[in-house]
Every structure is written in structure tokens, then in C-alpha cells.
Design a binder for this molecule. Structure first.
Ligand code: GLY
Ligand code: MN
Ligand code: MN
Length: 484
């Protein structure tokens, strides 16, 4: 008994002593999002959303845990091994009424000794404000007949969840759920499954919800974007030939952490010269970036789950060469034209068309394309526009490529506009253009009559970049001992 009391005291301390940010989304926000989902759900239905799996890195080390964005959006729960059930209509079990239930990890003194406190059932009630909170170990026996619902909405399983030694883990929750709903494992045909199962509708509803940001979400996005833009400014000031790509990446990420953004929203892309032409280059290895090169830096801080996505391309020595400037200005003009047209009601695809028209026409003027006809701009090996081979815009939010229907722009969407031109060595053009990569990427809040550039703090115009690069840097005196 005495031991038990001591254990509870220790657990209590683990939970209560650990400081947590005070600006997480509130439990009211998540409750309101569950209510919004419930409103969209069809009559007599239940939605079942699982937490994200723990990913093993190697041996006994796991990757830093990243919560499933849908689960996070609906609960605010940051721990693994949990499942949320949202009911369209109020349910009655053992005399109690509820329209949502969550099953979370139970306390485990040994695991909490290593990993810190878990919410547990009581914590889930208190912190997540979900009254019907239970432990994962109770899910299997929980008396709920899924066959009575007209629709059971869930995301189909990826079969990529490892079994752990703990009872009631995500592996168990999924296996028990499959059994409860009569899921026919290995059957790809929809007809082979019970006819009330639906693996499409939940994603549609979550997309409709998540593509429009609430004011609370905008606060976090603004913060993540501001931090990322400051990172770009400070790196512009610090940039010197001879630095490594790794070091440049480190400066951005140090600044994120300095402002207490927990993570990067995606692996940082820092590529000088030819490396910048690799669209998602994440080696960031080049030991000494060269005088005369352009360096492309596509990075985004993640603040309380919400990620920025900002790219700047700058001349390592502080001055654009004439060829670099010509290409840079095309990308700038393409981005600016798209931003000028961006407002509620515009079809999403028009943004790409606006940028592509400018890029293609101007590359013809410079002689890089013979004409704007498809045969002259499409690289037959990739099937893409040779020098502008990617799309220009996507939603950002809890995912860097956030959920969206990509139809008409609507107020309170947050999107990127990111045209680019990449001319790798060996391209069928005058070698003076080789190894010029340019991408400019900003994050925009769509409004009724325009859009607001949320990453405006990072200079975009070539002349402004050169001016910023001439300013003194906080990193100048940041000299570490030689270890060679
Ligand atoms: N950072 C990936 C992208 O720009 O879409
Ligand atoms: Mn992007
Ligand atoms: Mn990007």
C-alpha cells in the first residue's frame, strides 16, 4: 500500500512537474473541431480515428514521435497508442450518455521513468476534456456493436504498425477494432467488407475541415512562418563562401529552436549550385559552398504542430551574377503575378498557370526554350516542364503538404506560392546558365479580396536580398574551437 502511494506520488510528479507550453491549442478548440466533424457525418454513423504509429529508427531507438495530424486536430493528444470514436448521435452505455470516447495509454511506472508522464485515463478527462476516457486495455472488451451503425468511418489500414510488449497498444487497438467491425483482412475489394464500412468519407470531411484555418490555427501558423522568415534573414546576413550546407541548415534550425519551435515541418533542403536543382535535396552535405554559387534554402519551422514552408535563393557571395539575376527576376515576377491574383474564388490551378506563362515566355526570350509549344518545353525523360518541373502551390498546416480539395480558393486558406527555375549542368542550353537553381516560396493567407504574405519578413527582391546580405550578422562572433 505504502509502495503504491509512493508510486502514485512519483507518477503525479512526472505529470505535473514537467513544464508544458501554455499556447497549445485549447481543449475547447479540439472539442469544437470534433463537433464540426460530427455535424458533417451522416445519420447513425461513427468515426474512428487512431493515433499515429511509433516508428523504429534502429535497434531500441525510435524516431521522435509525430502525432497523426487528423488525430491531433480532433484531440490535441500528443501521445501514441490511442483511438478516438466520434458518434453522430448520443450513445448510452451502462446508463451513461456520451457522443465521443477516447482510449489512451495506461500509466506504466517503468516506462514513465524513461519517457516522462502519460496522461492516463484521468489526465485525458482533465487535459483533453473528453469525459468518456478509458485505457487502451479496456477497448477490446468495450461493449459496442458496430454493426448497428449505418456507417463506420475510418482510414483504411496501412499495416505498418509494430506490436510492442504493452497490452492495449496501437497494434492491439487496431486488431480489436478489425475484429469488432468484421474487417476482412487482405480483402482489397470493397464488396468483401461489411457494407457499413467506409474508408473514404472520413478523409473527405477532414480535408474540408482542415483546409480552412481557424483564428487559433492562424496564430500558430503565423508564428511558425515568422520564425522561418527570421531564419532566412539571419542566414542571409551570415552567409559566406566556404561554409558547408550542413552548417547553413544548422543556422536555420538553431534559430527555430531559439524561438522554441520544436521541430522542422519537413527535412530541410539546403543546396548550393547543382544541388539546388535537386528539388527535394536533403543531403545538405557540400563541405564548402563556392563563391559565385547560388544557394537554395527551403525550410520550415514547426510550431506546436503547424509548419511553415519558406524558400529563399541567395548568392553565396552577396551579389547575383547577371545570369543569376535574370533567372531570379523571372521567378520573382512569376510569384508576384500569382500573388497579385490570389484571392477567394480563384480556381487553385490558375495560380500555376499564371506562373508557368511568365516562366515559359521569359525563358523563350532568353533563348532557353525555342518556343512555348509543348514539344519545346517538356523534357521527354521526365514528362515535366524542363526548367520548371513542379507545381506552384499547396496548402500548409499540420502537414507541409496539407489537406485540401484544391478547387476554389477560400478565405482563411493558407497556401504557398513557389515557382522555380532549375538549370542543371548538362542542360541543352548555353553553359553560362548551368547550375542556376532558383525557387522563391512564400506562405499566403487567402482573404476575400486578396492575400496576405505571411513570410514577408524575409526579403524577396534581388536588390533587397543583396542589401540584407551586406548587414552585420549575429553569427560573426560565433566561433568554435578547431577540432582538426
Ligand atoms: N518544402 C517542400 C515544398 O516546398 O513543397
Ligand atoms: Mn512548398
Ligand atoms: Mn518548400
Amino acid at each position: 500500500m505504502k509502495h503504491l502511494a509512493l508510486a502514485s506520488l512519483i507518477l503525479l510528479n512526472f505529470v505535473s512537474l514537467a513544464q508544458k507550453p501554455t499556447d497549445y491549442l485549447s481543449s475547447e478548440f479540439h472539442a469544437e473541431r470534433r463537433a464540426a466533424l460530427r455535424k458533417k457525418m451522416p445519420e447513425n454513423s461513427v468515426a474512428v480515428v487512431f493515433s499515429g504509429p511509433v516508428r523504429n529508427r534502429a535497434n531500441d531507438v525510435n524516431y521522435v514521435y509525430h502525432q497523426d495530424p487528423n488525430f491531433y486536430y480532433l484531440t490535441g493528444h500528443r501521445e501514441p497508442h490511442a483511438v478516438l470514436l466520434v458518434f453522430k448521435d448520443e450513445q448510452k452505455v451502462k446508463g451513461k450518455k456520451f457522443d465521443e470516447i477516447i482510449f489512451v495509454r495506461e500509466h506504466n511506472a517503468l516506462m514513465e521513468l524513461y519517457e516522462g508522464g502519460r496522461l492516463g485515463q484521468e489526465g485525458a478527462k482533465e487535459v483533453l476534456a473528453i469525459d468518456a476516457a478509458f485505457e487502451g486495455t479496456q477497448f477490446g472488451k468495450f461493449n459496442l456493436d458496430f454493426s448497428k451503425f449505418d456507417k463506420v468511418l475510418f482510414y483504411d489500414f496501412e499495416n505498418d504498425v509494430r506490436d510492442t510488449n504493452e497490452e492495449g497498444d496501437l497494434y492491439d487497438l487496431i486488431a480489436q477494432f478489425k475484429e469488432k467491425i468484421g474487417y476482412n483482412q487482405g480483402e482489397l475489394m470493397v464488396e468483401a467488407q461489411p457494407n457499413n464500412l467506409d474508408v473514404a468519407l472520413l478523409d473527405f470531411f477532414m480535408t474540408e475541415l482542415r483546409e480552412i484555418k481557424t483564428e487559433d490555427e492562424l496564430d500558430l501558423l503565423r508564428k511558425a512562418i515568422n520564425i522561418s522568415a527570421i531564419g532566412q534573414v539571419e542566414v542571409m546576413k551570415a552567409m559566406q563562401p566556404g561554409m558547408s550546407e550542413t552548417e547553413v541548415q544548422g543556422m536555420h534550425e538553431f534559430i527555430y529552436k531559439k524561438y522554441r519551435a520544436e521541430y522542422e515541418g519537413y527535412p530541410s533542403i539546403v543546396g548550393a549550385g547543382h544541388n539546388g536543382c535537386v528539388l527535394h535535396y536533403i543531403d545538405n552535405y557540400k563541405p564548402a559552398i563556392e563563391d559565385g554559387e547560388l544557394i537554395l534554402m527551403d525550410l520550415g519551422a514547426e510550431y506546436h504542430g503547424y509548419t511553415a514552408d519558406v524558400t529563399r535563393t541567395i548568392p553565396v557571395n552577396g551579389t547575383f551574377s547577371p545570369e543569376q539575376k535574370l533567372i531570379y527576376d523571372i521567378v520573382y515576377d512569376a510569384q508576384q503575378a500569382a500573388a497579385d491574383s490570389c484571392k477567394a474564388g480563384l480556381p487553385f490551378y490558375k495560380l500555376y498557370d499564371i506562373t508557368a506563362e511568365i516562366v515559359n515566355n521569359r525563358l523563350v526570350e532568353l533563348g532557353l526554350y525555342k518556343s512555348t509549344s509543348e514539344k519545346d518545353i517538356v523534357n521527354p525523360e521526365t514528362g515535366r516542364n524542363r526548367y520548371y518541373p513542379h507545381g506552384c502551390c499547396h496548402h500548409i498546416g499540420l502537414d507541409v503538404h496539407d489537406k485540401g480539395i484544391y478547387d476554389l480558393l477560400q478565405p482563411n486558406m493558407v497556401i504557398t506560392i513557389e515557382p522555380g527555375i532549375y538549370i542543371p549542368e548538362g542542360s541543352p542550353t548555353d553553359p553560362k546558365w548551368w547550375n542556376i537553381p532558383v525557387r522563391i516560396e512564400d506562405d499566403y493567407l487567402v482573404t476575400e479580396d486578396g492575400c496576405e504574405n505571411l513570410s514577408i519578413r524575409a526579403p524577396r527582391k534581388a536588390e533587397e536580398i543583396e542589401k540584407t546580405m551586406a548587414e552585420p550578422s549575429v553569427f560573426t562572433d560565433y566561433v568554435l574551437p578547431d577540432i582538426d
